[in-house]
Design a protein around this ligand. Structure first.
Ligand SMILES: [Zn+2]
Length: 325
């Protein structure tokens, strides 16, 4: 069984757990039979027969700023560590990972025709499949992963939604390809993964203004005193514009996982690299509700937090969607 921080609702012992569905901690191993760490992931209930999983920083073999479950291959981490982390994740999910080389575009790939044994990662920012034998993964550390499924039609998709990709129309492109492969607009349900929140995502004024012209009302004020943009809100706008009205909130499960892992020893050790980021703010202290913010919740890798902390290395997480066999 995968080590999942907020898994099936069993073994709950207190009221908080009853409300938030925290699995009994004592039942979850941290290492496999061979002594390798088991990736710590957070499952989200999106739709029947569809599984969404967010990886965290925990349960891998990478070191330093990459500690420990870095899944990104472009950031300078040891290739052997990245590969070990990906293989461990694939084992836990029971499916090969299908990845793309993300370029902040609106390009979508049809993952149905990809070689099951191939390790290629075509340049794209979204992918679609009807197959049950692969997990579609989107890298992120502040950018927003959006996962979609039409469970009836058996079509799933995933998009990497940064500021540029949203403006380029990556969500519309993804929805178009899902529909072309048999999805029904009225049957599609979506969820938004962890990303940098509008309180934290301070940007240049010109940039905020142009983003706000495309997604009205998404520019605001950051907690650092400058202007900011809200990419999650923009993504919800793009989903509505594409005809998707059903959005499942990932925050509840993530809140449960955050609560469950608040005293985790590995998390405490990993957070030593965050110490220089005085402004990172720890939601465990005073920011309840910002569970999905990559800067504030120490469970997530965050490029912005690494910059604030003066750390030159940082990892990447994956948000994954897969159909069950
Ligand atoms: Zn935030």
């Amino acid at each position: 069984m995968a080590k999942q921080a907020a898994g099936p609702e069993s073994g709950m012992s207190d009221q908080w757990s009853d409300e938030h569905g925290v699995v009994d901690s004592s039942a979850i191993p941290t290492h496999d039979a061979g002594g390798a760490p088991i990736p710590v992931t957070i499952p989200i209930d999106l739709a029947p027969g569809v599984r969404v999983v967010y990886t965290t920083r925990l349960g891998g073999v990478s070191q330093g700023g990459y500690a420990s479950l870095n899944l990104g291959g472009k950031g300078g981490d040891e290739p052997g560590s990245v590969e070990a982390n990906r293989q461990a994740l694939s084992r836990e999910l029971g499916k090969p990972l299908r990845l793309v080389s993300q370029v902040h575009s609106a390009r979508v790939v049809d993952a149905d025709g990809r070689d099951p044994a191939g390790m290629d990662a075509p340049p794209a920012d979204a992918q679609v499949t009807t197959r049950t034998d692969q997990a579609l993964g989107i890298f992120a550390a502040d950018c927003l992963p959006v996962l979609l499924a039409d469970p009836e039609a058996g079509v799933i998709g995933a998009a990497h939604c940064g500021r540029k990709g949203l403006v380029a129309g990556v969500i519309a492109s993804l929805v178009d390809m899902m529909v072309s492969k048999g999805a029904d607009l009225g049957g599609i349900v979506a969820t938004l993964g962890p990303c940098i929140c509008p309180d934290c995502y301070q940007v240049d004024e010109d940039l905020a203004r142009s983003f706000d012209q495309v997604f009205p009302g998404t520019a605001g004020t950051s907690r650092f005193g400058g202007v900011s943009i809200d990419i999650a809100s923009a993504a919800r706008m793009a989903l509505r514009a594409s005809g998707i009205s059903r959005v499942v909130d990932s925050g509840r499960r993530v809140a449960a996982a955050t609560h469950y892992l608040k005293d985790d020893q590995e998390l405490d050790a990993i957070r030593k690299v965050d110490k220089g980021a005085e402004q990172a703010r720890d939601i465990r202290a005073d920011r309840a509700g910002h569970w999905l913010c990559t800067v504030e919740n120490p469970l997530w890798f965050s490029h912005r937090r690494a910059v604030l902390a003066g750390v030159e290395t940082e990892g990447r997480m994956l948000a994954l969607i897969m159909r069950e066999d």
